[in-house]
Design a protein around this ligand. Structure first.
Ligand code: SF4
Length: 422
């Protein structure tokens, strides 16, 4: 072949045959998976068939299936069908499983039947990381991912979805009725095949309408106003793509920012991340054994009560505030243009006036809001930029000091060690 790098001759025999172990380097991560699983007490963790049955066909050892599952997790091969293929052709997997190649159904059943045991394994792994002092930085990032459920979007109902589908059905009925009228005018006698088809379509639409009315009652009785027919726990939730939704689950994870290890995870059907900061922070605190934890999250997690709950538990939070001021959107001063003066318990407005506290009111969410305003508004020269009302009022949550302190932390120190989340 001249000047080319040459490979082996496939038919070449070797004097000293190589073993599969020679193909797996000493520092290959599969060796860690192998050693970690071999050290586990699978029966104690709750894995099925951890003790072999006396009768029947021998089963695959759960340790082998767990190694295969962890390999798939580490190498982004979540599908049981793909894992089946890897078990037949991938040298690392051949090494890991001892050349056993379970079929996809065995792999899928293992995953389905051992959910709690796999979760317990994750806990065990976190404990091991703790022992190795891998969480010494006490800094975790929390984020969520949307996972698709086995539930078509058409099988998920909410009040707005039903309303939209009813409007679509009504529009279709009107269209077919008009087509029927036209057909009748052209041929008032015996119905043609076309008329028959139109009537069948109308019957189907009326059936759809009946079904939607029934679902309307079911959705009204559902606690969160959503019903999924195939997978009752799945929920329709918006994704990062503009205007896109997915029917599925919101999987929350707290990740150690130094070694990128998942210290806590939770599968939820919460449609947004707004109520997830404190539960995930508390789980991460327990998993890492560190009370003084620093927690990072994106704007989607900003919720006053959640942040206060974290701070009360000893955590230091970094969650940027989403600015959704209606006044700002209308080109007027937003709340961020009013400066709180703690010493006076008052706000300084953009015109330099002092807005003093007048009274407290509890809102519909049970939050105590303090109300501030100044009587100087009517003669203010920049009032048009501030408010169309007689006076501009500013409200302040009783715990807003905690949010202000967090904002201050976020401002000057954008955390040089802040990792990329997601
Ligand atoms: S309208 Fe009132 S609150 Fe607004 S800038 Fe003028 S004085 Fe201040």
């Amino acid at each position: 072949m001249g000047r080319y790098v040459e490979g082996w001759n496939r038919s070449q025999s070797f004097l000293l045959p190589e073993s599969v172990d020679d193909y797996v380097g000493e520092d290959n991560p599969v060796r860690v998976v192998d050693a970690f699983v071999d050290e586990l007490d699978l029966a104690e963790l709750g894995f099925g068939r951890a003790t072999p049955a006396d009768t029947g066909r021998p089963a695959y050892h759960p340790a082998m299936l767990l190694k295969l599952y962890l390999y798939g997790y580490l190498n982004r091969v979540p599908s049981s069908r793909r894992l089946e293929r890897e078990a037949q052709r991938n040298l690392e997997v051949l090494w890991l499983t001892g050349r056993l190649a379970p079929d996809f159904k065995t792999i899928a059943d293992f995953r389905r039947d051992n959910g709690p045991a796999i979760k317990a394994t994750c806990r065990h792994f976190v404990l091991l990381c703790r022992k190795l002092d891998l969480f010494s930085d006490s800094l975790v990032a929390i984020d969520g991912s949307k996972f698709k459920a086995v539930n078509a979007r058409d099988k998920t109902y909410s009040q707005s979805v039903i309303q939209r589908r009813m409007e679509q059905v009504e529009a279709s009925v009107a269209r077919y009725m008009a087509a029927l009228d036209t057909a009748d005018r052209h041929d008032p006698g015996v119905p043609t095949a076309k008329v028959r088809r139109l009537r069948e379509k109308l019957d189907r639409l009326r059936e759809q309408m009946r079904h939607l009315r029934e679902m309307e009652v079911v959705v009204a009785a559902a606690p969160d106003g959503q019903v999924s027919l195939t997978d009752p726990d799945a929920r329709a939730m918006t994704t990062s793509g503009r205007g896109t939704t997915v029917v599925g689950y919101n999987v929350q994870a707290a990740v150690d920012t130094t070694h990128h290890l998942i210290v806590a995870h939770e599968v939820t059907n919460a449609t947004s991340d707004r109520a997830q900061l404190a539960p995930m922070g508390l789980q991460a605190q327990e998993a890492t054994g560190r009370t003084t934890l620093t927690v990072l999250a994106d704007r989607g997690y900003f919720a006053g009560r959640q942040i206060v709950a974290c701070e009360e538990a000893g955590m230091v939070t970094y969650v940027p505030k989403p600015y959704t001021s209606g006044a700002k959107a209308d080109g007027r001063f937003g709340k961020q243009d009013f400066v709180y003066v703690p010493g006076q318990d008052a706000y300084r407005c953009p015109a330099g006036e002092t807005m003093k506290w007048w009274f407290n009111r509890v809102d519909e969410n049970g939050m105590t809001l303090r109300h501030y305003w100044t009587t100087k508004c009517p003669e203010c020269p920049i009032k048009a930029q501030c408010t169309p009302a007689k006076m501009r009022r500013v409200t302040r949550w009783e715990h807003e000091g905690v949010l202000d302190a967090m904002q201050k932390r976020l401002g000057p120190a954008p955390l040089s060690r802040t990792p990329q989340i997601g």
